[in-house]
Design a protein around this ligand. Structure first.
Ligand code: S3P
Length: 184
């Protein structure tokens, strides 16, 4: 598979774990854009937003995405929840012929995960009301993704990765490392 996959969706939709499951099934490398930013900037996205504001973070995020797309060969990329809402980032993924995949998770599930997020601080979702407003606002942009995967409380990263590969008609590796063709 040559086409890179970009996983998008709201905070708590499961982007990182699905990207990890996908990369494992495909036997390729994944990268989480927020982790890449944390490593290169020495601060987490939340820390940058809190210290320098959201627009400063968005500039860093776009630079980071460009770097990942231009200078690395990671086949699966998990974006932060707001990255897809920036037109320049969508244009970058189009220019690099990425397949964008939206994890469409219900708000309550995302909110539950945001609240139980442990160490993950989310300054843009400080309370339920503002998180819901952002969730509603972003849906129309998330809909621009090429593929939509419906997420519910029963979904696991593995079932979602499997569903995506089936829909793409792609071969994946089973647990013993043998190639298997996903049946549709
Ligand atoms: C953000 C989501 C976060 C992180 C930053 C901003 C957003 O990533 O990039 O706090 O605007 O939705 P996750 O979606 O992985 O939580």
């Amino acid at each position: 598979m040559n086409r890179r996959i970009v996983i998008i969706g709201f905070m708590g939709s499961g982007k990182t774990t699905v990207a990890q499951a996908l990369a494992q099934r495909l036997g390729c490398e994944m990268i989480d854009l927020d982790s890449f930013i944390t490593e290169s900037e020495g601060r987490s996205p939340a820390g940058i937003i809190e210290e320098d504001g959201e627009s400063a973070f968005r500039e860093i995020e776009t630079r980071a995405l460009r770097e990942v797309l231009e200078k690395t060969t990671h086949q699966v990329i998990a974006l932060g929840g707001g990255a897809w809402t920036i037109a320049a980032n969508r244009a970058l993924t189009t220019a690099h012929d990425c397949l964008s995949v939206w994890l469409d998770a219900p708000f309550e599930l995302c909110w539950q995960r945001i609240q139980s997020g442990g160490n993950t601080v989310r300054p843009l979702a400080p309370d339920r009301e503002s998180a819901l407003a952002l969730y509603d606002l972003r849906r129309s942009t998330y809909k621009l993704a090429k593929l939509r995967l419906e997420v519910n409380s029963e979904s696991t990263a593995e079932t979602l990765a499997s569903e995506l590969l089936q829909r793409m008609g792609i071969e994946s590796k089973n647990s013993s490392g043998n190639a298997t063709r996903e049946e549709t």
